[in-house]
Ligand binder design. Structure first.
Ligand SMILES: Cc1cc2nc3c(=O)[nH]c(=O)nc-3n(C[C@H](O)[C@H](O)[C@H](O)COP(=O)(O)OP(=O)(O)OC[C@H]3O[C@@H](n4cnc5c(N)ncnc54)[C@H](O)[C@@H]3O)c2cc1C
Length: 462
C-alpha cells in the first residue's frame, strides 16, 4: 500500500503497515478511522482512563486521509461565520466557543509535546494579505465586523505595511489582518505520532482494515463493527471517517467530500527568505474568495494549497481526484504571482478529500442507547477542531450528563441536516465554486467587485 504522495509523507520514514484485524475482538470503544479525530479521541479516552480497551480500525494507514495531507494550519478558524453562530446559538455561546478554539491551538501543541510528538509545531499566528484596494476594504471590514462580535485587537487586527514587513511580506501587499491564534505544523508527523502515542497508552491500532458496516447496539445487544476478517463488539463506536463518510452504508448524504489540493516547492535559500520574512512561521492567505493557504516549512520550502477542484457527482471519492492538473497549474501561477522572485521548482503535488456538512456546522454526537458516536464535518478547518471534538467525545462518553467546556460547545449533539439528492447537490456546489472563481478573476482583472460576489454570499447562506 502506497501512502499518499504528499511532501509530508516523503519526510517521514514510511514504515510497513500495522497488522490488520484478524478474528473477533471485544473492546470498550472501537474507533473507525485513523486520522486526527479518531486518534485524538483514542488518546484522550486513554489519558483519562488508562484501563479502557480501545481499538482504532483504519482502512489504509493512520494519516492516510486529510490528516496526513493538509496545509498544517492549526488555527482557531471555524467554518461558519460569526454572525451565523450568534444568530443560531447566541452571543455568549459564540464567545465561549471562540475563546476555547483560540486556547486549543496552544493546547494541541502542548498535548503533542507531552506525548513526545515532533511535528514542527510553531505558533507564529496567521496573516491574510490584502493586495488590492478591494481586498484591503474586505480585510478592514472583517476586522470591524469581528470587533462588533467582541473580538479584541489582541485576537485580530489590521496591520500596516511597515509592521507587516517585520512579520512577513508579499509583493504588492497593502497590509494584512493578523491573528496570533494559529500554528504551522507538519501534518503527517502529527498523525503518525498520535498513532504511536495511542499504542504506548495501551490502545490497539489495526491498519489495512476497512470497516464495512457499523451495527447499532440495542438493549443488551452491544454495537458491532464489521470488517472482512473480524467483528468488533463494543460499548461505543466512534465514526471518524470525515471525507470518506459517504462511502459507508446509509451515509451518502451525510457530508459532501470536497477536494483541496496542494503543491510544495524545493527548499528556498536563507537569502530568499530574508526578502520575505516568515521567520516566526506565520501561516498565510489573502483576501480572495476561493481559499488559498500557505506555510513556510521547517526545511524552508513553501507549501501552498487551495480549493477549486470540482465536486464529483454522487459524492464519489476516488484516488484519481487527489490530482488535478488544472488546479495545480493555477496554484503554481498564484504562488509565483505572490512571490515573483520564486526561482525553484515545485517538487510535490497532492490533494485529498475533506467533508462539508449541509448545515456547515461540525458535528459531535454520542448516543448512549445505540453506542454509535461520530465527529467531523470540519470543512477544511479540522486540524484544531478535531482535537476539540475529540475532547468533547471523550467527555460525553466518559461523563454522560456532565457539562464540560467541550461538551457544552453549541454545535455538540445538534441535529444533522442531510444534503440534497443529486443532481441538485452537484449543481449547487459546483455553481458556488464557479462563482468564487469568476469573482476572483473579475476582481483581479478589473479591481472591483463583481455581481458574482453578492450571488456567492447568498448561495453560502442557503
Ligand atoms: C489538502 C488539504 C488541506 C487541508 N488543510 C487544512 C489546514 O491547513 N488546516 C485545517 O485545520 N484543516 C485542513 N484540512 C482539513 C483537515 O486536514 C481535516 O479536517 C482533518 O484532518 C480531518 O481529520 P479526520 O481524522 O476527521 O479525517 P481524515 O484525516 O480524513 O481521516 C479519516 C480516516 O478514516 C479512514 N477511513 C475511511 N473510511 C474507513 C472505513 N470504512 N474503515 C476504516 N477506516 C476508514 C481513512 O482512511 C482516513 O484515514 C485540509 C484538508 C485537505 C485535504
Amino acid at each position: 500500500m502506497q501512502p499518499p504522495p504528499s511532501l509530508w509523507w516523503s519526510q517521514i520514514n514510511a514504515t510497513s503497515p500495522r497488522h490488520s484485524l484478524r478474528g473477533d475482538v471485544d473492546v470498550d470503544v472501537a474507533i473507525v478511522g485513523g486520522g486526527y479525530t479518531g486518534l485524538w479521541t483514542a488518546r484522550e479516552l486513554l489519558r483519562r482512563d488508562p484501563h479502557l480497551r480501545i481499538c482504532v480500525l483504519e482502512a489504509r494507514v493512520c494519516g492516510f486521509g486529510a490528516s496526513g495531507r493538509n496545509g498544517g494550519w492549526a488555527s482557531a478558524l471555524f467554518p461558519v461565520p460569526a454572525a451565523s453562530i450568534v444568530a443560531t446559538y447566541g452571543r455568549d455561546a459564540y464567545t465561549r466557543q471562540r475563546l476555547l478554539l483560540q486556547t486549543a491551538v496552544a493546547s494541541l501543541g502542548a498535548a503533542a509535546r507531552d506525548d513526545g510528538i515532533e511535528c514542527d509545531f510553531a505558533q507564529g499566528g496567521t496573516v491574510s494579505f490584502a493586495r488590492s484596494a478591494l481586498q484591503e476594504n474586505r480585510a478592514r471590514d472583517a476586522v470591524a465586523l469581528a470587533k462588533s462580535h467582541g473580538v479584541s485587537e489582541d485576537d485580530l487586527r489590521w496591520i500596516e505595511p511597515t509592521e507587516l514587513r517585520e512579520i512577513a511580506w508579499l509583493d504588492g501587499a497593502r497590509g494584512a489582518t493578523y491573528s496570533p491564534h494559529c500554528a504551522r505544523l507538519q501534518p503527517a508527523r502529527l498523525a503518525r505520532g498520535l498513532a504511536e502515542s495511542v499504542e504506548r497508552r495501551g490502545g490497539r491500532v489495526y491498519e489495512n482494515t476497512p470497516v464495512t458496516r457499523i451495527v447499532r447496539g440495542q438493549g443488551s445487544r452491544r454495537a458491532q463493527v464489521l470488517t472482512a476478517h473480524g467483528t468488533v463488539r463494543t460499548d461505543f463506536v466512534v465514526r471518524a471517517t470525515e471525507g470518506f463518510t459517504p462511502a459507508l452504508p446509509g451515509l451518502r448524504r451525510h457530508v459532501v467530500p470536497l477536494y483541496s489540493l496542494m503543491i510544495a516547492t524545493a527548499p528556498l535559500s536563507e537569502a530568499w527568505w530574508a526578502e520575505y520574512g516568515f521567520d516566526t512561521f506565520p501561516t498565510f492567505s489573502d483576501e480572495r474568495h476561493l481559499l488559498i493557504y500557505g506555510q513556510r516549512t521547517s526545511d524552508n520550502r513553501l507549501a501552498f494549497g487551495g480549493r477549486g477542484s470540482p465536486y464529483h457527482f454522487g459524492s464519489t471519492i476516488e484516488p484519481r481526484f487527489d490530482v488535478n492538473d488544472h488546479v495545480f497549474t493555477h496554484l503554481n501561477a498564484s504562488l509565483r504571482e505572490l512571490f515573483p522572485t520564486l526561482d525553484v521548482e515545485v517538487t510535490h503535488r497532492w490533494g485529498g478529500p475533506l467533508a462539508m456538512p449541509r448545515s456547515k456546522f461540525p458535528y459531535v454526537t454520542v448516543d448512549h442507547d445505540s453506542g454509535v458516536s461520530a465527529a467531523g464535518g470540519y470543512t477544511g478547518d479540522g486540524v484544531t477542531l478535531s482535537y476539540v471534538c475529540a475532547n468533547a467525545l471523550a467527555d460525553l462518553i466518559l461523563a454522560p450528563g456532565v457539562e464540560t467546556t467541550f461538551s457544552s460547545l453549541p454545535f455538540v449533539n445538534s441535529p444533522a441536516r442531510r444534503w440534497e439528492t443529486e443532481p441538485f447537490r452537484w449543481l449547487g456546489i459546483n455553481a458556488g465554486l464557479a462563482l468564487a472563481t469568476w469573482a476572483d478573476h473579475h476582481e483581479s482583472r478589473w479591481g472591483r467587485q463583481s455581481r458574482a460576489s453578492a450571488l456567492l454570499e447568498r448561495l453560502m447562506d442557503m
